[in-house]
Design a protein around this ligand. Structure first.
Ligand SMILES: NC(=O)c1ccc[n+]([C@@H]2O[C@H](COP(=O)([O-])OP(=O)(O)OC[C@H]3O[C@@H](n4cnc5c(N)ncnc54)[C@H](OP(=O)(O)O)[C@@H]3O)[C@@H](O)[C@H]2O)c1
Length: 357
């Protein structure tokens, strides 16, 4: 991919054209924000059936003043890279059309994250285009960077899965998860449910909650188990924040592990990663990862502690679900696929101090 990129003579910056299907949603809105400021991208289309003809700033007030207007998804323009931020089932239904309209398709839904049709039968309601499953590459660059360069379809990971995988993958790679028992508890903000929300996401119902919503059987377990190579006990809570996914992973290893081994595993995995920061101990108020510190950014903060008896490792991983958990991850993966600087358009810090993310 990336062969269609054209050189801008003035800036000598490679640019590609991009479109967003589902631009009026929460993940789509973040895509528009990121692509609007991306040095290598010309954003040419954003679709919404409900808001077709209206300016993108009319739906996303942070984008007021931008000229782009929503158009119908049935009137897709031909672009170099097409991002689809649509509900589960839409991209698989339209994948021929979306692939025809673009050289690189980056899907933020769950439609192409899993490897086999059998997994979709088990975890979802089957798959409408299983012939594309072999074509798609899972987006998390920290896990699958080497395969993104040749991808035609990229499947951006689930937000809860992203937080969990970034927390646990260094332990898997260091064989510390071999024979281990793993319990994962994720707390997520209300934007995870999308702009449509639902009764449970109304302010009155959501305010103040710490509500278990997927005690067992969460679909993201499939992605987590596929990439870790072991099964995990996974539970999710809806909590009273807008943005953020915070994974607390309790790992009971098969044998003794030292703090030094943990630092070696985490430093080895992440010292060269531009978007993963190790936050483990130290001093001050922010000694472990928390969503507030990454809100609005593409960073994942990851940290850990070891029980004094060495019988439990507790791992923390915090992301912004609509950034590192979806739109930011998708742009990062596209940067890799298109041969741009990996950090292009994503290199900003969050706000501090800030209220509830
Ligand atoms: N929110 C998160 O934290 C998060 C994190 C990771 C992944 N994701 C995934 O990203 C996707 C979008 O999530 P979201 O939270 O942004 O959802 P959302 O806020 O509900 O937005 C959905 C978007 O899709 C459009 N849409 C719906 N049906 C469509 C169709 N048949 N054809 C074309 N466009 C259609 C909607 O606009 P119109 O109806 O006006 O066309 C809207 O722009 C989902 O698959 C979700 O699982 C979300």
């Amino acid at each position: 991919m990336g062969t269609t990129a054209t050189a801008d003579a003035d800036t000598e910056t490679e640019t590609v054209t991009a479109g967003v299907v589902g631009g009026s949603g929460f993940a789509g809105g973040e895509l528009l924000r990121l692509l609007d400021g991306h040095p290598n991208v010309e954003l040419v289309q954003a679709t919404s059936r409900e808001y077709a003809g209206k300016s993108i700033g009319g739906v996303h007030p942070n984008l007021r003043g931008r000229e782009l207007r929503f158009s119908e998804p049935s009137e897709l323009e031909s672009v170099d890279v097409l991002f689809t931020a649509t509900p589960h089932g839409v991209t698989m239904e339209h994948v021929d059309e979306y692939s025809e309209a673009s050289d690189l398709l980056v899907d933020l839904s769950a439609d192409f994250r899993l490897a086999t049709e059998g997994q979709y039968d088990e975890w979802y309601d089957g798959h409408a285009a299983p012939e594309y499953l072999d074509v798609a590459e899972y987006a998390l660059p920290e896990l699958n960077r080497e395969n993104l360069g040749s991808a035609d379809i990229i499947a951006s990971g689930g937000c809860n899965a992203t937080a969990t995988l970034l927390g646990l993958k260094p332990l898997a790679d260091a064989d510390i998860l071999d024979g281990a028992h793993v319990v994962v508890d994720v707390k997520v903000g209300s934007s995870e449910g999308g702009a449509g929300g639902g009764a449970a996401s109304s302010h009155a119902e959501r305010s103040g909650v710490v509500r278990p919503y997927a005690p067992t059987g969460h679909r993201h377990e499939a992605e987590i188990e596929e990439w870790l190579g072991l099964s995990v006990s996974f539970t999710c809570h809806a909590v009273d924040m807008v943005r953020g996914a915070s994974a607390t992973c309790h790992v009971f290893p098969d044998g003794p592990v030292s703090k030094k081994e943990l630092w070696t595993a985490y430093r080895g995995a992440y010292e060269a990663e531009p978007f993963v920061r190790l936050v483990a101990g130290g001093s001050g108020s922010y000694r472990y990862p928390e969503p507030k510190a990454v809100a609005g950014t593409n960073y994942a903060d990851v940290g850990f502690e070891l029980d004094p008896g060495n019988e439990r490792i507790v791992v923390f991983s915090a992301i912004d679900n609509v950034m590192k958990g979806s739109a930011g991850q998708a742009v990062h993966a596209a940067n890799v696929a298109l041969g741009f600087e990996e950090t292009a358009g994503l290199e900003f810090a969050g706000l501090h101090p800030v209220g509830s993310p």
